[in-house]
Design a protein around this ligand. Structure first.
Ligand SMILES: [Zn+2]
Ligand SMILES: [Zn+2]
Length: 584
């Protein structure tokens, strides 16, 4: 115990990485970071996909690459210690042996062979492994080009979008971008790993996440922590060993920025016991919030006195404590001054789930298993809303089969005590705004979730009319994933949200916050509009298996960001109160 810890950044002292850009040094790196290993696997996946290799195999390499980028332990050290790599989720025998080969030989034979065989078009994009070779080849052919330089040019000039469409243009833009935004859901794993590394190997006394992750923004570009330590330079030195090697981008006497291999930045801010609360407020943000806050408090940098916690900070200025999810610069500072902040919905308030799939359509678990899992979560009900007949790709249910399912659920409910399976359907809204089942069938359901799954290309006017017409059907209850967005993949279709909210209010329809981490649709902003108009919102998982029911926490985060209280959340109501709301 008497041994004093020394700065152990022996291999990589702070600052050593700065300016050491690729190519500046012809020596092979002495130490392979997880990112460099992941890059090779991602390149391999790309070349395999170009060779029309089994898509599952390609996916396995892509998934493994993503997984390895987020690991805190150094793969090189694990291999050198002869550790069993297959103990990590997502790493099978093939990937473990590829990682060992990369660490032990510095290269991967299979990758080199495929590179040598690759067509020039494919070889040209191998430095950008997220580009899909098949799609890029289509663009090359259509536009008569053959290099990444030209690809970038055609992207910037808008020609790719004009000739080949928005989706392909977005794919190219993402593939060519170096810094990557990350879903909050994935960032949560990363946050846990970094936090443990800070408190463990880095020996920080205290570390708390701030910034976008703490505000629960659905997509993040930066992971930030406030930390307490007696030796900041030592923590900075040790953190550079995270994931084998994590380059330091910049550092000062009380802050430092690192480039994580997953493409997001990692920011550390030093704080002490007396300014902990003040630093937490400053680093949690957002900018818009701080602008309104400092109009009350004065500039944070100039504040004198002791602020050991955020509670103390807010109290000192006569403000209610403001939950991080609300710190976006809406009206939260005003309301905190008047003591009228909302009491945000929590997981405990949720009584059931109103959007779940079963094996009857494209889910992976039976109705009974979904019900059992929901009951184990303490729910009072679960709505089974399988896809409707037009959605062939998701095994939509025929009219006859839905009639049979209704009878089957009635029978199951007859055996259940203190729990109810709700008869529902995720009914497709067809192009003309009609619903995908006849009224006499819809009438037999407890309620419907109605969604758009086709013709995303309609313009704003047409898409809005489609929704308004659909809401005129008296069996329309909840609008599923209102904008159709997939975060980091596609923006969704365009609608006039204000008109749709007004129509929902007039007709007694509702919205959902779809909790799927890549949807979170409604956005927090749109959920605010709906609740301001008094339109209730369900927080639904859209679970396609029992394992996805816990993802409701992502939807709850989003609801809290929208300032929702439990009385506006549909599934905080018991079924007796809910049922009349679904009868129009
Ligand atoms: Zn859907
Ligand atoms: Zn669904």
């Amino acid at each position: 115990m008497a041994e004093k810890s020394t700065h152990d950044g022996g291999r990589h002292p702070p600052g050593a990485i700065i300016g050491d850009r690729e190519g500046a040094n012809t020596e092979p790196p002495a130490f392979l970071s997880n990112a460099e290993i992941a890059d090779r696997l991602a390149s391999l996946a790309q070349l395999l996909s170009a060779q029309k290799e089994n898509p599952y195999k390609v996916k396995a390499y892509q998934r493994a690459a993503a997984k390895l980028r987020n690991m805190s332990e150094s793969l090189q050290e694990l291999v050198q210690d002869d550790a069993d790599l297959t103990q990590y989720a997502g790493i099978g025998d093939a990937i473990a042996s590829a990682v060992r080969e990369i660490v032990q030989t510095g290269s991967l034979r299979k990758l080199e062979t495929l590179r040598a065989q690759a067509t020039p078009a494919v070889a040209s994009i191998n430095a950008h492994p997220r580009l899909d070779p098949k799609r890029v080849q289509r663009i090359y052919k259509k536009l008569g080009i053959a290099s990444v330089g030209e690809l970038r040019e055609k992207l910037d000039s808008g020609e790719i979008e004009k000739v080949l469409g928005l989706r392909l243009a977005q794919h190219v833009r993402q593939g060519l971008t170096d810094t990557q935004a990350m879903l909050l859901y994935r960032a949560d794993d990363l946050r846990t790993a970094v936090e443990e590394f800070l408190l463990g190997p880095c020996r920080a006394k205290r570390a708390e996440v701030v910034g976008e992750v703490r505000r629960r923004t659905e997509v993040i570009e930066e992971l930030s922590f406030v930390i307490e330590t007696g030796d900041f330079p030592a923590v900075v030195a040790r953190l550079q060993r995270y994931g084998g090697r994590t380059p330091l981008v910049s550092s000062g006497k009380d802050d430092a920025v690192f480039a994580l291999s997953s493409g997001v930045l990692l920011r550390l801010q030093l704080a002490g016991k007396t300014d902990w609360g003040l630093r937490m407020v400053a680093c949690t943000g957002s900018k818009a919030h701080l602008k309104k806050l400092t109009a009350v408090t004065g500039p944070l940098r100039e504040l004198k006195g002791s602020f050991p916690s955020e509670q103390v900070f807010y109290r000192k200025f006569g403000l209610q404590y403001i939950e991080p999810e609300l710190r976006e610069g809406y009206d939260e500072v005003e309301r905190a001054a008047k003591n009228t902040l909302p009491t945000l919905v929590t997981a405990k308030d949720i009584r059931g789930d109103l959007h779940a799939h079963s094996t009857s359509s494209d889910g992976s678990d039976s109705i009974e298993d979904m019900a059992e899992a929901a009951r184990e979560r303490g729910y009072e009900y679960i709505g089974i809303s399988d896809h409707s007949k037009s959605l062939k790709i998701a095994r939509g249910i025929s009219v006859d089969d839905l009639w049979a399912q209704i009878k089957y659920i009635d029978k199951l409910n007859g055996r259940l005590r203190g729990f109810r399976i709700l008869k529902s359907s995720e009914v497709d809204i067809l192009t003309d705004g009609s619903l995908d089942y006849p009224d006499d069938l819809l009438r037999e359901l407890d309620y419907t979730v109605c969604s758009i799954h086709s013709r995303f290309g309609l313009d704003r006017q047409q898409q809005t009319e489609r929704l308004l017409r659909a809401m005129d059907n008296r069996y329309f209850n909840i609008l599923g994933h209102a904008m159709g967005r997939l975060l980091l993949k596609r923006p969704g279709y365009e609608i006039d949200i204000d008109r749709v909210v007004a129509q929902a209010g007039k007709n007694g329809c509702f919205f959902e916050i779809n909790s799927s981490p890549d949807r979170l649709d409604l956005s927090a902003d749109n959920a605010r509009r709906a609740s301001a108009a008094g339109v209730r919102i369900a927080i639904n998982t859209d679970a396609h298996g029992t394992g996805e029911l816990p993802l409701i926490r992502c939807g709850i985060d989003q609801a809290r960001r929208a300032g929702l209280e439990k009385m506006i959340v549909l599934n905080c109501l018991p079924w007796e109160k809910l049922q009349p709301l679904f009868r129009r």
